[in-house]
Ligand binder design. Structure first.
Ligand code: ZN
Length: 80
């Protein structure tokens, strides 16, 4: 953000939320690709779309970390 005039009134809380959300990427339950939360996500519930396979899912945020509504099979993480 070089010219700050357009964002001068951008509320701090929204900026903080955006930065926090940017840090809560999740691995896609289907293909384990890393996916960033969609805009519209909150610090209670975040939405994700996998950039690789378009899988869509939601996750609850607990203590600043996303917890998938659908359990992720982490055994696949070490299988390759
Ligand atoms: Zn995927």
């Amino acid at each position: 953000m070089r010219s700050g005039t357009a964002l001068a009134d951008y509320p701090y809380q929204m900026k903080h939320l955006t930065e926090t959300l940017a840090s809560i990427t999740m691995l896609c339950p289907e293909c384990l690709e890393e996916a960033p939360p969609l805009s519209g996500s909150s610090l209670i519930l975040a939405w994700y779309v996998c950039p690789q396979c378009d899988h869509f899912w939601s996750a609850r945020i607990r203590d600043g970390r996303p917890v998938a509504e659908i359990p992720i099979d982490t055994s696949r993480l070490t299988s390759h």
